[in-house]
Ligand binder design. Structure first.
Ligand code: AMP
Length: 626
């Protein structure tokens, strides 16, 4: 088996890292840089370029240069809408309705998965060259808000690139891992991720190896590029003022301005002013014109003040959604190259009243976290036990349509839990194990994940067989459910892979609905439980009468039979009050019968008992199959 790497597959840049000697190491590209532009291009002869070589020729080959493909992952053209019009290459609707990129040089459409796979292939090849061995497995990161389709698309991209994707993890979780926050006791952390084209803020609860994303907010159209563009606009305006020439009409000049703008921005992160010098930027009447301007940090901050205002909104949104105050945040992690700008760091400090954690390089922190996760899965990293929690409770449907939880929401995985169930009817030959996920007490309100039958239960009175149901979730979130009848050892099992695949909205909706319906749900649940109890009492009393034979006098037997009938009728179509009354009446009588029988037994020796004994733990019953 080859090596496992961690990959940050970013919108603008991607990074690959690996565990070496117990430490995460960022792998340089074959061109010698630690980040790889997420750009794929095709020359007219069809030759493929990936990374910095693709980025460099973008200006002369815009139609065949694919960038920001992550924005289209797992999306239809409709969903991305306006996005596609701002892109220099053509985006169309592909065969299965998905957005695809059209490449004229190949006369072919490429799916976002295929383009992403080409980036992943380069990272894989660079990692193999560095390590001198095959790399065939990876942990890949995605934004916390990515839905199921986007996560699946990312996973597919990995598989196309020849990588077995061991796990898809959230970028903010990876960032927290890289800071080693898993080792600390409970903390609330804020991950502030300002990259090249996108901005995300996430609030996480971290403690004892468990990461839970409490909220995420962002602006998918805010990033370093916007800061570059502000410089481009300023340079063009100044040049026009000086020379009377509008550079924005000249595509090649704009590209040079953009590159110079980004360089200037980066320099201003460590210097108070920078010189922008672009000789021969254009020519007027064959006379070359040069651009030479000085930009101060103060001027840059003035030019970009509206962008800084936009940064505040998602920040407050994330804090509010997490139901916190800014001062409740224990730790702030900066992710993305754009958080190197002093004004961004200053803003974060002002908003939270805390110094952001700067111990890991913001460009590399997500890939490093992914590498650590890869190390955990590969057994190299030992002190981190688990990294994920079940987003919703898991359980089975029992008699009366009640949802019986086996594993509670937010349980850390891997985990394994068992509960004992029984039958609801006499001689019930089989039970159905219906597996569900959700927070509502009634099965029908939750999400069904699968079902199977366990047959071959030997004839026995109701509530006697013991069926042990075991839920086992492994580190990849894959759920195994097994059921075993303890008397015969008869066993059945099922594997469910999709239990962790709910998107954020779906999880939030299910939790919210559970809170909203709590009162009504409780009433429905109590009624279902009352019916179960009443049914059980009717069957038990019936059995007692049969077993007791002539030890019960005829008048009592008659009265009991009537009361059993009344209970069954009430359960069928009575109100809650009617069921309760019928139940109470039968319970009283059955107690008095039992007392008499015990009194007689005291004279003749104890009656033999069958069925569940005191001390047996039965959690619930499975309904009879009709
Ligand atoms: P990322 O998507 O995280 O790779 O971030 C890329 C963005 O970070 C680009 O817009 C870069 O221009 C920007 N960036 C990288 N280094 C710096 C720096 N030192 N100061 C300001 N911006 C930077």
């Amino acid at each position: 088996m080859g090596k496992t790497v961690g990959i940050d597959l970013g919108t603008t840049n991607s990074v690959v890292a690996v565990m070496e000697g117990g430490e995460p190491v960022v792998i340089s590209t074959s061109e010698g840089s630690r980040t790889c532009p997420s750009v794929v291009a095709f020359k007219q002869n069809g030759e493929r370029l990936v990374g910095v070589t693709a980025k460099r020729q973008a200006v002369v080959n815009p139609d065949n240069t694919i960038y920001s493909i992550k924005r289209f992952m797992g999306h239809t053209l409709n969903e991305v809408g306006a996005e596609s019009s701002k892109i220099s290459y053509k985006v169309r609707t592909g065969k299965n309705g998905q957005a695809v990129a059209f490449v004229p040089a190949l006369d072919k459409e490429l799916t976002p998965e295929e383009v992403s796979a080409m980036i992943l292939q380069k990272l894989k090849a660079d990692a193999e060259a560095y390590l001198g061995e095959t790399v065939d497995q990876a942990v890949i990161t995605v934004p916390a808000y990515f839905n199921d389709a986007q996560r699946t698309a990312t996973k597919n991209a990995g598989e196309i690139a020849g990588l077995k994707v061991l796990r898809i993890i959230n970028e903010p979780t990876a960032a927290s891992l890289a800071y080693g926050l898993d080792k600390k006791a409970n903390e609330t952390i804020l991950v502030f991720d300002l990259g090249g084209g996108t901005f995300d803020v996430s609030v996480l609860d971290v403690g004892e190896g468990v990461f839970e994303v409490r909220s995420t907010a962002g602006d998918s159209h805010l990033g370093g590029d916007d800061f570059d563009n502000k410089i481009v606009d300023w340079l063009a305006a100044e040049f026009k003022k000086d020379q009377g020439v509008d550079l924005t009409k000249d595509r090649a000049a704009v590209q040079r301005l953009r590159e110079a703008g980004e360089r200037a921005k980066i320099e201003l992160s460590s210097q108070m002013s920078t010189q922008i010098n672009l000789p021969y930027i254009t020519a007027v009447d064959n006379e070359p014109k040069h651009l030479d301007l000085t930009l101060t940090r103060a001027k840059f901050e003035e030019l970009t003040s509206d962008l800084m205002e936009r940064v505040k909104k998602p920040f407050f949104q994330a804090i509010e959604d997490a139901k916190l105050k800014a001062t409740d945040i224990n730790e702030i992690i900066l992710v993305g190259g754009s958080t190197r700008m002093p004004q961004v760091q200053e803003l974060v400090k002002n908003l939270t009243g805390k110094e952001p954690n700067r111990s890991v390089n913001p460009d590399e922190v997500v890939a490093i976290g992914a590498a650590i996760q890869a190390g955990v899965l590969g057994g190299e990293v030992k002190n981190i036990v688990l990294l994920d929690v079940t987003p919703l409770s898991l359980g089975v449907e029992t008699q009366g349509g009640i949802f019986d939880k086996v594993i509670d929401r937010n349980t850390t995985i891997p985990t394994k839990k068992s509960r004992i169930y029984t039958t609801a009817a006499d001689n019930q030959p089989e039970v159905e194990i219906h597996i569900l996920q959700g927070e509502r007490p009634m099965a029908r309100d939750n999400k069904s994940l699968g079902r199977f039958h366990l047959g071959g239960i030997p004839p026995a009175p109701a509530r006697v067989p013991q069926i042990e149901v075991t839920f086992d979730i492994d580190a990849n979130g894959i759920l195994n459910v097994a059921a075993q009848e303890k008397g015969t050892g008869q066993k059945q099992a099922i594997t469910i892979t999709g239990s962790g695949n709910l998107n954020r909205d779906e999880i939030e909706r299910m939790v919210r609905e559970a809170e909203m319906n709590a009162d009504q749900d409780r009433q429905i649940q109590e009624l279902a439980e009352l019916k179960n109890k009443a049914d059980a009492l009717a069957s038990q009393t019936e059995k007692t009468l049969k077993d007791a034979g002539d030890k019960v006098d005829e008048a009592t037997r008659q009265s009991a039979t009537e009361k059993i009938e009344a209970v069954r009728k009430a359960v069928q179509n009575g109100t809650e009050v009617e069921i309760r009354e019928a139940f109470n009446a039968l319970e009283q009588l059955s107690h008095s019968i039992a007392e008499k029988l015990y009194a007689q037994a005291g004279e003749q020796g104890a009656p033999a008992q069958e069925g569940p004994q005191e001390g047996d733990v039965i959690d619930a019953e499975f309904k009879e199959e009709k």
